[in-house]
Design a protein around this ligand. Structure first.
Ligand SMILES: NC(=O)C1=CN([C@@H]2O[C@H](COP(=O)(O)OP(=O)(O)OC[C@H]3O[C@@H](n4cnc5c(N)ncnc54)[C@H](OP(=O)(O)O)[C@@H]3O)[C@@H](O)[C@H]2O)C=CC1
Ligand SMILES: CC(=O)N[C@@H](CCC(=O)OP(=O)(O)O)C(=O)O
Length: 350
């Protein structure tokens, strides 16, 4: 039998944003995709080269508006639009299309939790029920049979990958998990906002969304599923003067008799053979500068000096494993491709 080499014809909605740019960067070298449609809102009508000069040498279609798209030549849509905007756009697409949504719109399975955190009733609740949460290393079986994949948020990816193996094995107390997370500014998107000006971000660091960030329920949803009971976390994000990267420092209390070596062993067992989720050698701390531009999630666990406590660290690139890279990993799963296809990018260093 000859192998199927028909290209997957993709559309990127929101191609003029940061995650859109990252999708294009990776997809132009993906051997099985053909980029057919790119959309923008304010940038619609412009060639990609004008919006993103780093892509000027690539053969890409001009940005158009969503309402101009002819969907008949498309197999899969990457939706990289602001959350809230996305649900109505996806509800209006032909139901034959596969969709990987990078926004938060379909990540929370419970409609009431969604309404409570996002401030309005969901406008496509039937799709919310259909969507499959695409944390690839944990839910690849579910993703393979999906039509609509909710690509996880950047902080939730960095927090859940190291914590889920520990909860699945009942190694840590579920009422004492502290997630201290730090993100680069690209996490906030390309839209001009005062809070993201150089003068507001450089030479300082600050916490935001304290005890109120909308990624807390997304993290809790995944951790509760793994633990088999309700888990609540203390989650505090911080904005760092860097462009890319998320570092999470997670503080846990271990179950009696459990050691940090057991936590490391659990992570190593869970992610043995995984191409992107990597447990570092004992004593080596993950760094954001070791994942830049790559789809890697680096993690490790350390004993604290306080008896019974441990520190679990993870690092990802928010635009790759935290968004566009994981979205492509999900597409690979949807089409039965090797998950590494188009994603074997070596991190950029320094
Ligand atoms: N940045 C990150 O690290 C991560 C982002 N995400 C999520 O991915 C999605 C995209 O994020 P990001 O790329 O950073 O965002 P950007 O702000 O950089 O880009 C947003 C894109 O959406 C388009 N857009 C804005 N409003 C509308 C509208 N009303 N109708 C149609 N298109 C619109 C913009 O077009 P134009 O500029 O032409 O107006 C642009 O192409 C968001 O939901 C975000 O939360 C998820 C994980 C990580
Ligand atoms: C630094 C920064 O501002 N980060 C964003 C998170 C980006 C992300 O993953 O958001 P979605 O859930 O919308 O996909 C924030 O805190 O809102």
């Amino acid at each position: 039998m000859t192998p199927d080499i028909t290209p997957i014809r993709v559309a990127v909605l929101g191609a003029s944003g940061y995650t859109g740019a990252e999708l294009m960067r990776l997809l132009v070298r993906h051997p099985r995709t053909s980029i057919r449609v790119l959309t923008g809102e304010r940038q619609a009508g412009k060639p990609v080269a004008e919006v993103f000069p780093h892509l000027m040498h690539e053969d890409l279609p001009r940005l158009c508006r969503i309402d101009e798209v002819d969907w008949s030549g498309i197999d899969l849509v990457f939706c990289a639009l602001p959350h809230g905007t996305t649900q109505e756009v996806i509800a209006g697409l032909p139901a034959t299309l596969k969709v990987v949504d990078l926004s938060a719109d379909f990540r929370l399975a419970d409609v009431e939790t969604y309404a409570q955190w996002y401030g309005h009733a969901h406008r496509a609740p039937e799709l919310q029920r259909e969507a499959v949460y695409g944390l690839c290393e944990i839910n690849r079986q579910g993703v393979r049979g999906a039509r609509l994949v909710a690509n996880p948020g950047c902080y939730p990816t960095a927090a859940q990958l190291p914590l889920i193996p520990l909860l699945l094995r009942d190694l840590v107390e579920t009422d004492d998990i502290i997630i201290d997370a730090k993100s680069g500014v690209s996490g906030a998107g390309r839209d001009a906002k005062q809070a993201n000006l150089f003068g507001e971000v450089a030479e300082g660091i600050h916490a935001y969304g304290i005890a109120s960030h909308r990624h807390a329920p997304e993290i809790e949803q995944g951790l509760s599923l793994a633990a088999g009971r309700t888990v609540m976390v203390n989650f505090t994000p911080h904005l760092m003067p860097m462009t890319r990267g998320i570092l999470t420092s997670i503080y846990v209390r271990m179950k009696p008799g459990v050691t940090a070596a057991d936590l490391r062993a659990a992570l190593a067992e869970q992610y043995a053979g995984e191409p992107f989720a990597k447990v570092l050698p004992e004593g080596v701390a993950p760094q954001t500068r070791h994942v830049r531009g790559s789809n890697l999630c680096l993690m490790n666990a350390f004993a604290d000096r306080l008896p019974g406590r441990a520190i679990v660290l993870s690092a990802i690139d928010n635009l790759v494993k935290g968004a566009s890279g994981q979205a492509i990993q999900n597409m690979n799963l949807l089409y039965g491709l090797d998950e590494r296809t188009g994603l074997e990018v070596v991190p950029l260093f320094p």
